[in-house]
Unconditional design. Structure first.
Length: 674
């Protein structure tokens, strides 16, 4: 058979296309799915959960209720496209209450197991949340923002008929006047409502100029326990919430806790005698451990159950016999679930929980428990977004494999854990190396350092679309948990209290050295990027070293002085992150501001921020962009329209973010080492 040059080229093109199809590509982001919010039926026979997916036509993430049983049989609970959430079983397991937009707006829906039918049972003007059944199953409680419009302080003349006047000025006098992801605050407060469980008119049972939010816990059938900050000076004490009980009939409120610190997430024991909740004594540190408390409602003497645990607790649930509690915590990036008796005996059930942050590899997951210690949790897996795992009777079983249709024929970047010594202090730092598909250790590869935000958060060995796309482009990627990260104990996290950025910079540089020492990194092609707190550190890095060929600073803080006066949570940041107000100690603010070191920068540096970001406002990026221009440094600014701090909430924005990062690194890529 005669082979022509054309045939050779055609075969080469086909082979290249096939290879490209076998790696993770940007358009694959729209095919990602993940499980969240497992809600086990009280019998333990099956689990209802949210199956999250990306809609390429609307560029949105949606989540619909599905069910899966122990055999792995998976089917939609209701069918159709919708955003379902906040599902909770009635005490007898015959009815599931949930919030959905299936009827056009967010309403409370009920699903009846006997008929397998569902229907909306409210016609609310707002969006309900925190659904909670009364113990007798006759009532549903929920929270909802309740508008209380206020008239403007001035009276303006009306425009003549047919005239086109400008929109009138907006008058703002709220202390917390805007929130990232939600925009400018409307007039009103979150209040608590109750309604008959079979439908009917909701009745508001809390009032006043306070937010009554968070989870709700019924104490008997006629009172509800909630968390709120009802102090007149709540703005000056943003972390000082307490637990309260409201009588459903009289609407009388009584205070259950009173200490300096947050008390939240109340949950009642099934026998109705004990209350568990989360909180801590407030010492005005930037990071403080969240502890677990239990109180006998008759004795009213709180007992601390986690005094010997050096990790923050979350998601507390009672055992059916009221003799123990389940809770989760992160340790070394891994999500642990434990069962602890009230006398202190603690049993670890798993260290595999996680997987919910599909954009960047953050820790965090969901779990639920039911009869016979039936445990269902979202699993952390470096090669897949969250799936559900069942654990019962000492056996563990995979319940879902939501992404096999996408990933079964693709090669993802291998993720490898690494520990290395910090040269500053007696710490070992944990990180992960992500290798490009078809990695060949005899070659030299460019290295991207990707830095997490927070700064009090943690990365984990879990799936990350952004990191996998970077690796698929032929890069080795390193992500780590430098000092200040959570899940390594309180002391490690508090190393950066009033001291950020600082030696966390050295931890990151030590990580680069540890990977370079492995021998497959091209030291002339080192790149760095990070978002939020990672953006702060990226800007700090280029102001302190020129070893990186290019940098992308995403949604950063550049000037702490201006940040605390423009960020949404400004009353919190000034009190917990700094020793004084900015005008009382400007030297401290400037010492730790990347803007103070812009004169040292020579690294080509791009800025990338959402235009609707109220957590690290885009004015921070604009300052740095203009400063870099004045300094004569190669720079560019990418502005993401309408995007808040969580840029990846729109799938196309995640794709665009990574594409611009890779463009910038490729632009300054240089020649590959032999």
């Amino acid at each position: 058979m005669k082979t022509t040059i054309g045939m050779i080229l055609a075969l080469a093109t086909t082979s290249a296309a096939a290879t490209e199809q076998n790696i993770f590509q940007s358009e694959d982001v729209f095919q990602l799915e993940y499980a969240s919010a497992p809600t086990v039926h009280p019998s333990g026979d099956y689990t209802v959960f949210i199956r999250n997916y990306m809609d390429i036509m609307t560029d949105r993430r949606y989540g619909a209720l599905w069910r899966v049983d122990a055999s792995g049989e998976l089917r939609p609970l209701l069918g159709g496209d919708a955003n379902d959430h906040s599902q909770t079983w009635s005490p007898d397991g015959k009815t599931l209450a949930f919030v959905s937009n299936r009827s056009g707006s967010n309403q409370i829906h009920l699903y009846w197991t006997d008929s397998q039918r569902h229907a909306p049972v409210t016609r609310l003007t707002g969006s309900p949340s925190n659904l909670s059944w009364s113990p007798n199953g006759e009532w549903l409680a929920f929270t909802m923002f309740t508008p209380e419009p206020s008239a403007p302080p001035v009276s303006l003349p009306k425009a003549p008929e047919g005239a086109k006047w400008a929109e009138p000025p907006k008058y703002i006098d709220k202390e917390q006047y805007r929130f990232d992801g939600a925009g400018y605050a409307k007039d009103g407060y979150t209040q608590i409502y109750v309604m008959p469980a079979d439908g009917g008119t909701p009745r508001q049972i809390t009032h006043g100029d306070y937010h009554h939010g968070g989870s709700l816990a019924w104490n008997g059938n006629n009172s509800i326990i909630f968390s709120a900050n009802l102090r007149e000076d709540a703005f000056d004490q943003p972390q000082n919430s307490d637990l309260y009980s409201v009588n459903v009939t009289s609407q009388e409120i009584s205070q259950l806790t009173d200490r300096n610190g947050p008390d939240r997430s109340p949950t009642m024991s099934p026998d109705g005698t004990k209350l568990a909740w989360l909180g801590n004594d407030d010492e005005k540190m930037s990071y403080q451990l969240t502890q677990l408390y239990v109180m006998d409602l008759n004795a009213k003497a709180p007992k601390l159950l986690t005094s010997n645990l050096d990790y923050s607790v979350s998601d507390v649930q009672w055992s059916p016999d009221s003799k123990a509690v389940y809770f989760s915590y992160d340790r070394h990036g891994n999500g642990h679930i434990v069962k602890q008796s009230l006398n202190g005996e603690r049993q670890q059930l798993t260290d595999r929980m996680g997987g919910l942050s599909y954009g960047r590899p953050y820790s965090g997951g969901d779990f639920d428990v039911a009869a016979n210690d039936t445990l269902v949790f979202t699993e952390a897996n470096a090669q897949r977004p969250a799936d559900l795992v069942l654990q019962r009777g000492g056996k563990t079983q995979q319940l879902t494999q939501l992404n096999e249709d996408l990933f079964a024929h693709k090669e993802l970047g291998k993720v490898e854990e690494i520990w290395y010594d910090s040269k500053h202090g007696d710490y070992q730092i944990q990180g992960w190396i992500v290798y490009p598909p078809n990695f060949d250790k005899s070659k030299k590869y460019p290295l991207i350092l990707e830095i997490h935000g927070g700064p009090h958060t943690a990365y984990a060995e879990t799936f990350s679309a952004e990191v996998q796309l970077m690796a698929a482009a032929g890069n080795v990627v390193l992500y780590t948990n430098p000092r200040g990260s959570t899940s390594y104990g309180e002391e490690f996290a508090q190393e950066i209290h009033h001291n950020y950025p600082s030696q966390d910079y050295d931890d990151l540089m030590d990580g680069i050295d540890a990977v370079v020492d492995k021998g497959f990194i091209d030291e002339e092609r080192l790149y760095v990027t990070g978002g939020s707190g990672g953006g702060v550190l990226t800007a700090w890095i280029v102001g302190h070293t020129d070893r990186f060929r290019a940098a992308v600073v995403a949604k950063p803080v550049i000037n702490w002085y201006s940040f605390v006066l423009t960020a949404d949570a400004y009353s919190y940041f000034t009190k917990y992150w700094f020793p004084a107000l900015p005008w009382e100690n400007p030297e401290h603010y400037l010492k730790y501001s990347p803007i103070s070191y812009v004169g040292n920068v020579t690294t080509p540096t791009m800025l990338l921020t959402g235009e609707a970001d109220y957590r690290t406002p885009i004015s921070e990026s604009e300052q740095y962009y203009q400063a870099l221009k004045l300094q004569g440094v190669d720079t560019a600014m990418v502005r993401v329209p309408d995007a808040p701090h969580g840029i990846y909430s729109r799938p196309s924005n995640l794709i665009g973010k990574v594409a611009y990062i890779l463009h910038w690194f490729n632009k300054y890529g240089g020649e590959a080492a032999e």
